[in-house]
Design a protein around this ligand. Structure first.
Ligand code: NAP
Length: 316
């Protein structure tokens, strides 16, 4: 019997990709141009039983339509808002993701962005590099982290890890979600605008998708106010990005630390010149260790599926 055929929409860490290439017949959709993509589907669409993708690579209903023998979509990210999960489940196609293994790295990124934004790390570095220290003397003072109030939108795995870190810096935590959590002692807000009004730093850690699309509105950001900071390690889609940029430009909020954007890898032009933002290219989980662990979950979920064992991290 030939190897099981797998479509690679987006690859994972190289070590695990090598393992997958040994076990399965991989079709590198990710490396193909448009014509080759069509050819792959034409020649192998009827035989493909698994898809490997990521949050960035996604998986669309139109591609699902062309894979009648598909059994599993193994997503190498925790966020699955770019994958047609409902449709997959409706058609009996399993979906897996990579929870937990990336939590600490993403929380580290949230704290790094918080510290860098509030303590103005990048302007400080520019001050040294551009010789302003010698020319103009000491840089302007910035703001203390200790004692600041952090409001976390989405106190899940990552949100809780952010809270733990922020507490160790002496910050006060509160959170917003769809419901209060029984085992959590932080103050809960059922109204996002009200929480924004009561914190200094607002951090987004919710999943993307239609339910959370644009939930951080202009009104919410205005409630955060002129002394407030916004940190986003969730998805660009959760915030009104145009309003965010306009408020950053006008001083309507003090600063922002952003790892995610609406139209990645395109970032609003204004963000490249503002000095009250810290930007990262959606790389909160981007360490060798974590990316390898995420890719290992893809390997292990596929192995479990094809050996008729329970999936390790199923979605839905
Ligand atoms: P999680 O454990 O499922 O936590 C998500 C939290 O969001 C839950 O506490 C949930 O609380 C809340 N939530 C869900 N839907 C909501 C809604 N409609 N309104 C308000 N709150 C809602 O997920 P996680 O592992 O922490 O990951 C969170 C997200 O981080 C991922 O989905 C992904 O988008 C993002 N992420 C980004 C990166 C990056 O590289 N920047 C890396 C990893 C993950 P309730 O159910 O109580 O409402």
């Amino acid at each position: 019997m030939g190897k099981i055929e797998v479509l690679v929409v987006a690859p994972g860490y190289p070590t695990q990709m090598a393992v997958l290439a040994e076990r399965y017949q991989l079709h590198r959709y990710d490396l193909a141009d448009q014509a080759d993509k069509q050819q792959i589907i034409k020649s192998h669409g009827e035989a493909i039983r698994a898809v490997i993708t990521t949050g960035g690579g996604g998986f669309s209903e139109s591609l699902l339509d062309q894979l009648p023998k598909l059994e599993i979509v193994a997503c190498g990210s925790v966020g699955f808002d770019s994958i047609c999960v409902e449709e997959c489940i409706k058609r009996g196609v399993a979906v897996t993701n990579t929870p937990d293994v990336l939590t600490n790295d993403v929380a580290d990124m949230a704290l790094m962005l918080t510290l860098a934004t509030v303590r103005r790390l990048v302007p400080g570095m520019d001050w040294v590099r551009q010789g302003k220290w010698q020319q103009d003397g000491p840089i302007q003072l910035n703001t203390r982290i200790e004692g600041k109030r952090m409001g976390i939108i989405g106190l899940g795995r990552i949100g809780k890890a952010i809270a733990k870190r922020a507490e160790s810096f002496g910050m006060e935590i509160s959170y917003f979600g769809r419901r209060p959590q029984a085992d959590v002692s932080y103050p809960y807000f059922s109204n996002l605008k009200e929480m924004a009004n009561n914190v200094d730093i607002l951090v987004a850690a919710v999943p993307g998708g239609s339910e959370t699309q644009g939930m951080i509105t202009r009104e919410v950001l205005e409630a955060l106010g002129e002394q407030g900071y916004f940190i986003n390690i969730a998805r660009g889609s959760v915030v009104d990005e145009q309003a965010l940029v306009a408020l950053l430009e006008a001083g309507g909020i003090k600063g922002a630390g952003l790892d995610v954007f609406v139209d990645e890898p395109n970032v609003p032009e204004a963000l490249s010149t503002l000095d009250n933002v810290v930007l990262q290219p959606h790389c909160a989980s981007g360490t060798h260790e974590t990316r390898a662990a995420m890719a290992q979950l893809v390997v292990d979920n596929l192995a479990a599926h094809f050996n008729q064992k329970p999936l390790l991290t199923p979605v839905g």
